[in-house]
Design a protein around this ligand. Structure first.
Ligand SMILES: Cc1cc2nc3c(=O)[nH]c(=O)nc-3n(C[C@H](O)[C@H](O)[C@H](O)COP(=O)(O)OP(=O)(O)OC[C@H]3O[C@@H](n4cnc5c(N)ncnc54)[C@H](O)[C@@H]3O)c2cc1C
Length: 395
């Protein structure tokens, strides 16, 4: 998304005294070519890593032949222990015409930028792609089945996101039941008791990513699944096949790259040395790369209240942050949820420029058990947008 971020920032050049900024547009083939180049460079490094360590790599689709044997390319390989890391795959909802839709992977290979895009699904992948294309002047409509987009967000943060979506020219519809995708890619959907049609030259299917374990033939390995993921304990060990461990999207805890990187060594260690390390997601920061971006860690205000905690809130708008003003990035908010009396920080929710980085300051504070006022009393670099989190903690 960084290309689109640059585009949207550069367009603001006009208000910062730069001529010609309002005429900028996206060169789609160049963007896709650059993405391909970055992916290829990353993959080369990643693919070489096991060989450097003397680990043989077999290329092919593995399937369990028995609890201790994997079949690849007609040969069986046996082992005492296994770690499953087969990731996830995009869901294809049971809608007539679904084969006309594309996944996020396929969208990133399109030769031409869609003029009209309908996104089925208002979760983080649907929203990230929706925002990116909308700011790049594709007409975007997001159809969400539930009452809210990105249901895990704090309500106030979502309101700001919805305002930004409007500014980007997106249409967002909730409580939608998609009936079918017609041959010309028009979507027919039920909304509020009526039927509406949405024209599109591409339909992005963003209705979740179930774990990709089923094709491994888990039954032959005696591996029990829980909603498609390997059912694992806190050691990442299969509850039904103790010689099998699972990590990342295949273990189905959180679908984020750092989770796979964190869990991989834990599972390998536990498989080789016995169950020594437990997974710990007690403090788990995450981001949504919409524009503006969102960073969050811990409980939302509603979650804290639902748990019966004496939750209080401190919040600050980006327009009171001098660095945001200087950079013409004043849309955004920092919101801190804390416990009255103890001042324990329960959650932090940020929307706006650098939200994905700013929230990490709160994550460190929560992990370190710092009180809100202790963070608020810290010295910080001025002028920085990150300074907003210290000012919020001080307020
Ligand atoms: C569009 C999109 C945007 C995302 N953005 C972010 C983001 O901004 N930040 C973030 O943290 N996360 C993001 N994620 C999530 C992140 O990509 C995943 O959580 C992460 O890649 C999971 O890592 P993994 O190792 O579990 O699986 P993967 O990275 O999917 O790797 C699984 C591997 O297993 C192989 N495989 C599968 N089945 C078999 C088999 N039977 N035999 C042999 N090999 C097999 C596959 O080919 C693949 O190479 C995003 C995901 C998507 C789809």
């Amino acid at each position: 998304m960084s290309t689109i971020e640059l585009l949207t920032r550069a367009r603001r050049g006009k208000e910062m005294g730069i001529k010609g900024a309002e005429n900028l547009s996206l060169d789609w083939p160049a963007v896709i070519a650059r993405k391909d180049d970055i992916v290829a460079r990353w993959s080369t490094g990643k693919n070489a890593a096991p060989t450097k360590l003397g680990i043989p790599v077999l290329r092919g689709r593995g399937t369990f032949a028995s609890p201790h044997a994997i079949a690849v390319g007609g040969r069986n390989f046996s082992a005492d222990k296994f770690v499953i890391a087969t990731g996830s795959k995009p869901a294809r909802p049971a809608i007539p015409g679904v084969e006309l839709g594309i996944t996020s992977d396929e969208l990133l290979h399109l030769k031409r930028q869609p003029r009209e895009l309908v996104v089925v699904g208002g979760g983080f992948i649907g929203l990230e792609f929706g925002f990116a294309l909308a700011w790049a002047e594709t007409k975007v409509t997001v159809l969400q089945s539930g009452p809210q987009i990105a249901p895990a967000l704090d309500d106030e943060i979502r309101e700001i996101l919805l305002a930004a979506a409007k500014q980007a020219g997106m249409t967002i519809k909730t409580n939608v039941k998609v009936n079918r995708i017609a041959q010309d890619k028009t979507i027919e959907a039920e909304i509020g008791g009526g039927v509406e049609k949405f024209a599109a030259d591409e339909v992005l299917l963003a209705t979740g990513r179930p774990s990709n374990v089923e094709p491994l033939n888990p039954r032959a390995g005696g591996i029990e699944l829980d909603r498609g993921a390997v059912n694992v304990n806190e050691y990442l060990q299969s509850v039904s096949a103790p010689h099998v461990y699972a990590v990342g999207d295949a273990a189905g805890k959180h679908q984020h790259s750092p989770v796979a990187w964190y869990e991989g060594p834990i599972a390998a260690n536990n498989a080789l040395k016995g169950n020594e390390q437990r997974i710990d997601f007690s403090v788990f920061p995450s981001a949504i790369f919409t524009i503006p971006a969102i960073g969050q860690v811990g409980l939302t205000e509603k979650e804290a209240l639902n748990r019966g905690l004496k939750a209080k809130v401190s919040k600050l708008s980006y327009d009171s942050n001098p660095a945001a003003g200087v950079r013409a990035e004043t849309e955004g908010m920092v919101k801190i949820v804390y416990e009255e009396g103890t001042e324990r920080i329960l959650g932090a929710h940020v929307i706006g420029a650098h939200a994905e980085d700013i929230v990490q300051i709160a994550a460190v504070a929560i992990k370190g058990g710092l009180k809100k006022s202790a963070v608020g009393a810290m010295h910080y670099v001025f002028p920085t947008i990150g300074g907003a989190i210290f000012d919020t903690m001080a307020s």
